[in-house]
Design a protein around this ligand. Structure first.
Ligand SMILES: [Zn+2]
Length: 431
């Protein structure tokens, strides 16, 4: 691969401490070889891209995505007879092919929109693992991937009957963890609480589903096997069980106590914020979302709780990551920029902090901060070149000028769902 020089761009490096600075970047053998003034001798035979007036930041890391969907609301997984037929079908060889095509499209949409590292947190039939391996072998183009395979839940838990495997007894839950290691998962995903759509009561989303014993069974087994555990957690009761039950990354989050904060911090745990489906579900008119009155109300409760969880995490010095929860209604595979923008508006943080959360902080939570997540010499050249300053306008992330994954220029761009984007644009305009 020919060396590349990004000339004269303003570098926003992904840290919270460093100020943006105009520099050159030399990319050699997939990595950032040098940052600073690249001499004529050093750039001889290299492809030189003039970045004058442009901004360079690390590639985005999406910490929470499901890969089977597009974000287009659908009633297929809404329970009932159709769901049963679909679930039977995806277990067949032809079903696997269909799933793999959906997942391939999803991971490529992510990459073509600037996500260079992606964590999948619950997909059907290990389709995420199959596609991850194809990407790793260079058979298909895609981002760096970390995958859980199917989530693990208990009867009536979130994902029961769809993207999760359901077990009740602690020893059976342990076996599910062991089963996943045979498939080569990178971590374990569980669902301690229900989700917005599972709730049966107004004002009480995120009902506790897994008890402490069940949660501990999973985390103990996973930790023994060297895997961390992520938990879908959408209520304060869920936070208590997830944190005391040994969970490492709390997905979505909710308010938690000082003692719980200390336990999570001592474990080096993290909170992953996912505003992307919660905001449209809470704010769009029911005629668009097709939600019942109480589901819409509950979406707002989940969103408020999540932001409160983010505030608590920040106050207590707990690592915060960002993800889109792609595949949920209104969470597409190409709108990570919206997550950053939602986070700045709702949690009242500066764009620099949102960029940090979506890059270096996410990399640190994944344990790959020495490889990617910031613009530093020796790290992989996972980079975005932007035409405007994202610290002033995060929307510029919607359409990166150039995307690099491990020094490779990614030329394709995602196919967007215009109608869906217009609906979300309308609520963003009012925020
Ligand atoms: Zn999720």
């Amino acid at each position: 691969m020919k060396n590349i020089v990004l000339k004269n761009g303003t570098v926003i490096d992904g840290t919270l401490t460093n100020e943006p600075e105009v520099k050159d970047i030399l990319i050699k053998n997939k990595r950032i070889e040098k940052i600073g003034n690249i001499t004529n001798k050093e750039q001889k035979n290299a492809k030189v891209i003039d970045c004058t007036g442009m901004y360079i930041m690390p590639g985005l890391i999406n910490m929470h995505a499901h890969l089977f969907g597009t974000g287009q609301p659908s009633s297929i997984l809404g329970g009932g007879a159709l769901q049963k037929i679909v679930i039977q079908f995806v277990k067949t060889p032809v079903g696997h092919k269909v799933l793999d095509a959906l997942v391939t499209s999803a991971v490529q949409q992510e990459l073509y929109s600037g996500v260079t590292t992606l964590r999948s947190v619950g997909d059907f039939e290990y389709s995420d693992i199959r596609i991850r391996d194809k990407v790793r072998k260079g058979k298909i183009e895609g981002p760096r991937m970390f995958c859980s395979g199917p989530a693990i839940t208990v009867p009536t838990g979130h994902g029961d009957g769809t993207f999760a495997t359901t077990k009740e007894k602690p020893e059976d839950l342990r076996k599910e963890v062991q089963e996943r290691t045979k498939h080569g998962v990178d971590f374990i995903k569980i669902c301690t609480t229900g989700g917005v759509m599972d709730a049966k009561e107004k004002g009480h989303p995120g009902e506790l589903k897994m008890n402490l014993e069940q949660t501990l069974a999973v985390t103990e087994e996973a930790h023994k096997l060297g895997l961390i555990v992520a938990s879908h957690t959408e209520s304060p009761e869920g936070m208590t069980v997830a944190i005391n039950g040994g969970v490492d990354t709390i997905e979505h989050s909710s308010p938690f106590t000082d003692d719980e904060a200390k336990t999570l911090k001592d474990r080096n745990g993290a909170v992953i914020i996912t505003c992307s489906p919660a905001v449209p579900l809470a704010k769009l008119p029911a005629s668009v979302t097709k939600l019942s009155d109480f589901a819409q109300f509950n979406s707002q409760v989940v969103l408020d709780n999540m932001i409160e969880g983010a505030h608590r995490a920040k106050e207590k010095g707990i690592q915060i990551g960002l993800g889109t929860d792609a595949s949920c209604p209104f969470a597409t595979q190409y709108n990570m920029w919206r997550e950053l923008l939602f986070y700045t508006k709702l949690a009242n943080v500066a764009p620099k902090e949102a960029i940090h959360a979506a890059t270096l902080s996410n990399a640190t939570i994944l344990g790959i901060e020495n490889e990617t997540g910031s613009i530093e010499e020796t790290k992989y050249a996972d980079l975005l070149v932007l035409s405007e300053n994202p610290l002033e306008n995060l929307e510029t992330l919607k359409d990166p000028k150039h995307i690099f994954l491990e020094g490779k220029l990614i030329r394709k761009r995602p196919k967007k769902n215009q109608k869906l984007d217009e609906a979300i644009d309308s609520i963003m305009a009012e925020m």
